[in-house]
Write a protein that binds this ligand. Structure first.
Ligand code: ADP
Length: 275
């Protein structure tokens, strides 16, 4: 947590922040490998509020990663635009941090060096920031270790610490916990919620796991089998703060059934159309 002598950025904490809204207008991405065009996402209109936690689910190949990569600025839409806080996205930026299933920690650098990389590149002071973030992520004392010396769960904690060091308004997470064992995954979900509730960042979270999608999010967006559009939006009105006990409640199960119904329908369509 920050104190009077620290800036929010030093602490990696963003109190009462209103930044991080995302607007998508007519967002379309058509890949054109060897002239055989594939429409990955099609005319998506979507607004995500600053500080909102949104999960994105849908059958494989429905365009989830493409959508996330467009927000990240890694790929350019074929048509349409994305705006972050009213400014058009035209490439990657420090306001958006991305976590993938496989972490992007540099194996030849220590955990501390990895965390300090972004702030150093922007010539920011880094005094104690890595230690503070490691402690926030529950892996204090690992700063001198190399990523491969850590377990998979600890690597993802270090990866999120690396991302938080850049103080992004928006966290884009592409199946970040899907390679972890069930117990570690649950611990990471609760940790992510703690951080999100503390820091007030916008999160867009891709997952195949409907329970995970509902447990974490304010809103679950279900995409159609390709070309990807938003098929359904499910508002998750479950009280916060949440812990995993909510996943056994009737309210949770109702939401899960509703979401699964839509997903199964889309998966069936995807199979029938040969995707
Ligand atoms: P998801 O994340 O939902 O699995 P993707 O966004 O990865 O879906 O892919 C959506 C569609 O776009 C798929 O049909 C996929 O084969 C295609 N696709 C993704 N990336 C490329 C690319 N670089 N070149 C050509 N086609 C691609």
């Amino acid at each position: 947590m920050s104190n009077d002598n620290q800036t929010a950025s030093d602490a990696g904490v963003r109190p009462d922040n209103q930044d991080g809204s995302i607007q998508m207008q007519n967002l379309t991405k058509i890949y054109d490998p060897d002239g055989e065009s594939v429409t990955a996402i099609d005319e998506i209109e979507l607004n995500i509020e600053a500080g909102e936690f949104v999960s994105l689910v849908g059958p494989s190949g429905c365009g989830k990663s493409t959508l996330l990569d467009c927000i990240a600025g890694f790929i350019e839409p074929t048509y349409g635009h994305i705006y972050v806080d009213g400014t058009r996205v035209d490439g990657p930026g420090a306001d958006r941090g991305v976590v993938f299933q496989e972490n992007r920690l540099l194996p030849w650098k220590t955990v501390r060096e990895n965390i300090n990389l972004g702030p150093k590149m922007r010539s920011e002071t880094i005094d104690g920031r890595a230690e503070e973030l490691l402690s926030k992520m529950g892996i204090e004392g690992t700063g001198d270790q190399y990523p491969t010396e850590l377990s998979g769960g600890m690597q993802q904690r270090a990866e999120i610490a690396r991302l938080l060091a850049n103080d992004p308004e928006i966290m884009l997470m592409d199946e970040p916990f899907s390679a972890l064992d069930a117990l570690t995954k649950e611990i990471m979900q609760e940790l992510l919620l703690e951080i999100w509730e503390e820091d007030n960042r916008t999160v867009v979270f891709i997952t195949h796991d409907v329970e995970e999608a509902i447990f974490l999010a304010d809103r679950v967006l279900i995409m159609t089998a390709g070309p990807g559009r938003i098929k359904e939006t499910i508002d998750v009105d479950i009280e916060r703060p949440r812990d995993l006990d909510v996943t056994t409640t009737p309210q949770f199960n109702e939401l899960k059934e509703e979401a699964l119904g839509h997903i199964v329908e889309e998966a069936r369509e995807a199979m029938e159309s040969g995707q």
